[in-house]
Design a protein around this ligand. Structure first.
Ligand code: ARG
Length: 502
């Protein structure tokens, strides 16, 4: 690598700067007053401290390789970055943000030559890269937690393929189902949540670095190289898009919000089940009353339900912040990012809590079975049995409507069903079905086992569905691992490259 002043080499004039300027990046720009703290994102930037060090390292290595800075300068900067990393975020002095504070710390350690680190880049491409770099790890953690929750749902599903329960519409007992069917309904929803997060991950995983402020740079940089060193799949081509676009944050937060809404549904169902005595939550997922000694409350799940509100708020905050922002960089963007950090932390924790609550809950088979036929929930099954004999379903429905009206909230007797058939069809019920068939369909267990269509609640259908969900789970685990390995090997590569100089 040439050390002799290639045309591309950054000017050395700042090395002659007076010593009072050493350790200060853009002295005039951050002088204080009430706006000082207001401008600063340093505290919130702790989240991207490690990302910024990695981005600095990759950038410096690329600058050396491209002969934009000489390797001796690169070496002292890389050495300084090691010591800044060891000192940690808390050791940074004040600054508008972590990027400026780290640059200041480099200059503090190595003198004006440290100012070469910021050649051919801007905080605009730097922050956009740091966000994506950190978000990748956070997304992988969330994805992993959704995989864990799906595993819990499917394991419980296998145990409860036959356990009866009431299925609801409008919160009214509607048709008997199995607990396995209920569990699979959420395994299916969360499978899509994982898929959305994996999909979003791949768009997060592209590098804005090298876009500089928004308008590129005259230096002969290698954007693909920094992308590789940081484990990105490629680069964001347009330099203005690279620094200004935050749509990937919107889709990340939207995917998180969709998952939060799924979880709030799980929570609401479980709250109802717990209050009906269908499940018993483990102690650590319930709470007691400080005054009413008899109470055990599903507080954890109520908090899960509330998290969906918080995430919705974060998404709204992000969208509102971004709406109408012109190209290219505007400082509003600084306040956009924390919405995502807050949401992703909340949702990852919440997903784990829901998994724990389900894993440790006891399903009260007796109460569930006793309630499965409540509210004449077997009625549709009888209408189906009649329709299977060739009677139009609408006519069969009419028979059951008449019988239901007359039963006054109870399950009608076979005689009442027969009278209803005589009134609606002008013929005895038994012209169409025998008494045994009706007795069977009135039994919630038989009623459910008849509904064995694909994806239905019958044990046989649930067993088949669980196999499919397990296969899809295994595919997602593999996709998760590939991405995890990619960023792990990139970080090993970056370490190795740094080792060549320090
Ligand atoms: N802290 C800033 C942010 O989060 C970094 C970029 C500052 N750029 C600027 N042109 N003021 O967006």
């Amino acid at each position: 690598m040439s050390e002799e002043n290639p045309p591309n080499v950054a000017s050395n004039t700042d090395e002659t700067a007076s010593s009072e300027n050493v350790g200060v990046v853009r002295r005039k720009r951050f002088t204080g007053g009430p706006a000082r703290g207001f401008l600063s994102s340093l505290a919130a930037d702790e989240r991207i401290f490690a990302a910024d060090i990695a981005v600095d390292r990759a950038h410096v290595i690329m600058l050396i390789e491209q002969d934009i800075i000489d390797s001796a300068t690169g070496k002292i900067i890389l050495t300084a970055l090691d010591s800044i990393e060891t000192a940690g975020h808390d050791a940074l002095s004040e600054g508008e943000d972590v990027h400026e504070a780290i640059e200041t710390a480099v200059i503090d350690r190595v003198g004006p030559a440290g100012g070469k680190m910021h050649t051919a880049r801007s905080r605009n491409d730097e922050v956009a890269t740091c966000i994506r770099y950190q978000l990748r790890s956070d997304l992988l953690q969330t994805i992993d937690t959704t995989l864990g929750l799906r595993e819990v749902l499917l394991e419980a599903g296998k145990v409860h393929t036959e356990t009866l329960m009431p299925g609801y519409t409008h919160l009214q007992s509607a048709q008997p189902i199995t607990v396995g069917h209920w569990l699979c309904s959420y395994a299916a929803g969360i499978e899509r949540d994982t898929a959305r997060l994996l999909d979003v991950y791949d768009r997060v995983n592209t590098s804005p670095l090298g876009a500089a402020a928004f308008a590129g740079t005259p230096f002969d940089i290698d954007r693909e190289r920094t992308a590789t060193l940081l484990g990105f799949d490629g680069i964001l081509e347009n330099t203005m898009d690279a620094v200004a676009g935050r749509d990937t944050l919107i889709e990340t937060l939207s995917a998180l919000a969709a998952h939060a809404i799924t979880l709030s549904g799980v929570a609401e169902d479980l709250i109802i089940f717990a209050n009906n005595g269908y499940i018993e939550l483990a102690d650590e997922y319930a709470s007691t009353s400080s005054i009413m000694p008899q109470k055990v409350n599903p507080d954890t799940l109520e908090l899960v339900r509330a998290v969906a509100g918080d995430i919705t708020g974060e998404l709204t905050g992000l969208l509102t912040t971004l709406k109408g922002l012109p190209r290219a960089y505007n400082r509003d963007l600084q306040r956009a990012t924390p919405h995502v950090w807050s949401a992703i932390d909340d949702i990852t924790e919440t997903t784990a809590v829901v998994g724990g609550a389900i894993k440790t809950a006891q399903w009260n088979k007796k109460a569930l079975e006793a309630a499965a036929g409540d509210g004449f929930s077997t009625a549709t099954g009888i209408a189906d049995a009649l329709a299977m004999t060739g009677i139009p379903f609408r006519t069969a429905h009419e028979v059951l409507t008449i019988a239901t009206d007359r039963a006054d909230g109870e399950t009608p007797t076979i005689e009442m069903l027969n009278h209803a058939a005589e009134d609606a069809l002008g013929e005895s019920l038994f012209t169409y079905v025998d008494r045994e068939t009706i007795i069977d369909v009135l039994d919630p267990a038989m009623n459910v086992s008849a509904r064995d269509s694909q994806g239905g609640p019958a044990a046989t259908a649930v067993v088949t569905a669980i196999e499919t969900y397990e296969n899809n789970h295994a595919t997602h685990v593999a996709e998760y691992k590939t991405r995890r390995n990619e960023i792990d090997s990139a970080s090993t590569l970056l370490d190795q490259e740094v080792q060549q100089y320090v």
